[in-house]
Write a protein that binds this ligand. Sequence first.
Ligand SMILES: Cc1cc2nc3c(=O)[nH]c(=O)nc-3n(C[C@H](O)[C@H](O)[C@H](O)COP(=O)(O)OP(=O)(O)OC[C@H]3O[C@@H](n4cnc5c(N)ncnc54)[C@H](O)[C@@H]3O)c2cc1C
Length: 436
Amino acid sequence: MKTAILGAGLTGITLARLLHEKGDEVTVLEREPRYGGLCRSVTDSGFTFDIGGSHIIFSRDTQVLTFMCDVLGSNSRQNKRNTKIFYKGLFIKYPFENGLNQLPKDDLYFCINEFIKTLIAVEKGELSLPSNFREWINYTFGKGIADLYMIPYNEKIWKYPAEKMSMHWVDGRIPRPPVEDVIRSAIGIETEGYIHQSVFSYPLRGGIEAMVREIAKPVEDKIQTVFNVSSIRKAGGEFIISDGRREISAQRLISTIPLQELLPCLDRVPEKVKKGCRELKYNSIACVLIGIKGSVPDISWMYIPEKELGLFNRISFPSNYSPYVAPQGNSSILIEITYREGDEASKMQDGDIIDHVVDALANMKIIKTGDDVVYSAVMRQKYAYVIYDLEYQKNIAIVKDYCARIGISLVGRFAEFEYLNMDGCIRNAMNFAENL
Ligand SMILES: Cc1cc2nc3c(=O)[nH]c(=O)nc-3n(C[C@H](O)[C@H](O)[C@H](O)COP(=O)(O)OP(=O)(O)OC[C@H]3O[C@@H](n4cnc5c(N)ncnc54)[C@H](O)[C@@H]3O)c2cc1C
């Protein structure tokens, strides 16, 4: 069957490969000059960075994990996670509830006392069930862990009030602490949380894009880059897809591009559907790529809940994942700042963002001085994170229902408008191909 796939990110590429294997005649249409979407990487001055934020390979889904590792073959290295939360100048073990004994004593008391009080209240039925993300955090972790870490960190990454966010998405994404682990960690017995990610893989060479390139190998000649899909119509039972210059026809149409990009390509979309789509919220990201002389702390990545330290929510150290992503004697740091149109970070020039980050890194003693910086760049991605606000479920249902009615299949992070990691995208592509 003649199949058109819109978007050549990880999802589009994986779908193309799987459908090609099933005998479909696939064409993948990609707006950018290079495929890979959020999983693209750049190599410049000897440094390789993932431009859609720091990516690691992990999954609970063994079939998908095997697929990701197998395509990389020997171009992959396993790393043991050493992740921290930077809190009051201390490096606290991640997840926070597994590092409680590293907190200042008053903070440790606050966390454990509130955790136990909350547990008892829940047991006695004295706490009503949570109805939004803020309440879920307090209900699950107690006010101590909530106030010191969970709420400030989440409000920093989402740039959205936790009480206005839904909680339907948290299971499996935010580690829920077993009581025994919280008690153990409070008294200083080593525990590990979020175990399926405690060991992760990363390409030795080429950054995360190396994985997408391997997946794409059998279908590379089916990808048309610089094809900015701008209109889709139906004629004679086929879809006609155009970028304003060229036209492609297909019997089956699968979109992996963001819904906000898909809907304007369609004619006569009902106002209710347009409104539902307009009200879906997402964050953009600015990734600050820093190369330095010398070494970085032996940390995989760290979360930064404190607002005062800077606009960023996460700092990763890619040169700790692979020795080949920085020139010898140098190291790399990738800093992530989420933003939405109109806010402070969205208005900052790249140079100001770099200055902001370099000052902060020196302040936090991650680098000695700004003179250590030998490489810097900023890469922005418009669509980075889906925000699950309280209206999300109503709005997404309207938009998905419409796309289903006109026969367009949606697969992928911003096509399904779900918080899907790479494994989720591959799983959904596999399920789609299997269920045809
Ligand atoms: C900061 C950050 C860190 C992450 N870290 C991890 C991690 O460590 N591990 C993990 O498993 N996952 C991680 N992810 C998630 C991962 O990046 C995504 O799950 C995955 O890349 C989504 O792939 P996709 O193909 O669905 O979407 P995308 O990568 O967004 O691809 C969509 C494609 O559609 C194209 N497109 C858009 N509009 C048009 C148009 N009109 N015409 C043609 N083409 C168009 C785009 O250019 C793009 O190439 C992270 C994501 C972010 C933002």
